[in-house]
Design a protein around this ligand. Structure first.
Ligand code: DAH
Length: 350
């Protein structure tokens, strides 16, 4: 056996080991290779067994050749291990990095209720005509709710069967009309307001009635306000709300706080008067949507205004009824039951 033979076998084993460790693509693959290329029985170390076949004086040199080769493989192994560990850490850091440029995943935040949407539409139309939005309390005095509005003590609406009494003289407001009184007591004409809000009546729930519902009151007071202003304003409003092609109609009516008074109808959007069996308008061709009238002189006097100097008109509407007409809803209960299958049909958020 020659030294040269040992040397070439050592080189061969070394380069096989180096090729193997360089081919390892992951830390665990490399670690699995370790016994094979650096273990006690690896080909390189096995060469030591051949030393016995050499002349004694050649053995130290041959041993040194093999040992140096083992050292190089060990160093290469360590370098490769460091490199792969670093690469894997780098990869993990990139994968686990929080990408703050991604949009957040939104929780369901809900959408606006159809009654809110309807009130907002009414507000939008009147605000565009220069009206302000006013509010008043839901717990009201009998005086503001009835007396100041010229509703006499014996009026049936004041009955316990109709009105929720909280204490003598204190009630849940039955309509939004008391906001008229509160506003006129604290503001001077010209006045142009609408007052949306919740109202309460002793009523059993059915398809069109609820003990809690919503109204929007309107009031305009200035010098020389006439019925023509009332008619023009409400016609404009109803056209904006329901479309210009539906006719409107004013019918004489009675309210204690207006004189003269009128109820306002809109042509039936479903049949336009062509179906005697129409369930929406009950075959009349018209749907009643508003109460209105010229503010009664007594009401003006009750708030300290002189009916010879100023005049005004007022109106009141039911929000549920408007929303039912607007969206084709036939049962008022839908508004209050919070059934998501109903509510999800209204996707507007603001
Ligand atoms: N307050 C009335 C009601 O609840 C509605 C109403 C009718 C209001 C005529 C008005 C009006 O301002 O002029 O039935």
């Amino acid at each position: 056996m020659e030294l040269e033979q040992i040397k070439s076998q050592s080189e061969e084993a070394e380069s096989a080991a180096l090729a193997a460790l360089n081919a390892a693509a992951t830390v665990s693959e490399l670690e699995r290779l370790k016994p094979e290329i650096l273990g006690k029985k690896c080909p390189l170390r096995q060469l030591m067994k051949l030393l016995g076949q050499l002349d004694a004086h050649l053995r130290p040199a041959a041993g040194a050749i093999i040992n140096e080769a083992v050292s190089r493989v060990e160093r290469a192994y360590q370098d490769r291990l460091d490199h792969l560990r670093e690469a894997e850490l780098e990869k993990r850091l990139i994968e686990e990095k929080i990408d703050i440029s991604l949009p957040p995943s939104f929780k369901a935040t809900g959408t606006l209720h159809p009654l809110t949407l309807t009130v907002r539409e009414i507000e939008r139309i009147f605000v565009s005509m220069g009206y302000e939005v006013a509010t008043g309390p839901e717990v009201e005095t009998e005086y503001y709710n009835f007396d100041a509005l010229n509703i006499p003590p014996e009026h049936p609406a004041r009955d316990m069967h109709d009105t929720f009494f909280l204490a003598p003289g204190t009630i849940l407001r039955t309509h939004t009309s008391p906001v008229q009184i509160r506003y006129m007591r604290t503001h001077k004409p010209p006045i142009a307001i609408i007052a949306p809000g919740r109202v309460f009546r002793v009523d059993d729930i059915d398809a069109t009635h609820s003990p809690v519902f919503h109204q929007v009151e309107g009031l305009l007071v200035d010098v020389d306000v006439s019925f023509a202003h009332l008619k023009g304003t409400l016609t404009e409003f109803l056209h904006a709300m329901f479309g210009k092609d539906l006719a409107t109609r004013f019918r004489p009516s009675y309210f204690p706080f207006t004189e003269p008074s009128a109820e306002v109808d809109v042509q039936c959007f479903a049949c336009r008067g062509t179906n005697a069996e129409c369930r929406i308008c009950k075959g009349t061709g018209w749907i009643e949507v508003l109460g209105s009238g010229m503010v009664h002189p007594k009401v003006l006097e009750n708030v300290g205004l002189n009916p010879k100097e100023v005049s005004g008109f007022a109106f009141g509407l039911g929000v549920e009824r408007f929303a039912m007409l607007r969206y084709g809803i036939t049962n008022i209960r839908n508004f209050y039951e919070n059934d998501l299958r109903f509510l999800r049909q209204f996707q507007q958020r603001w």
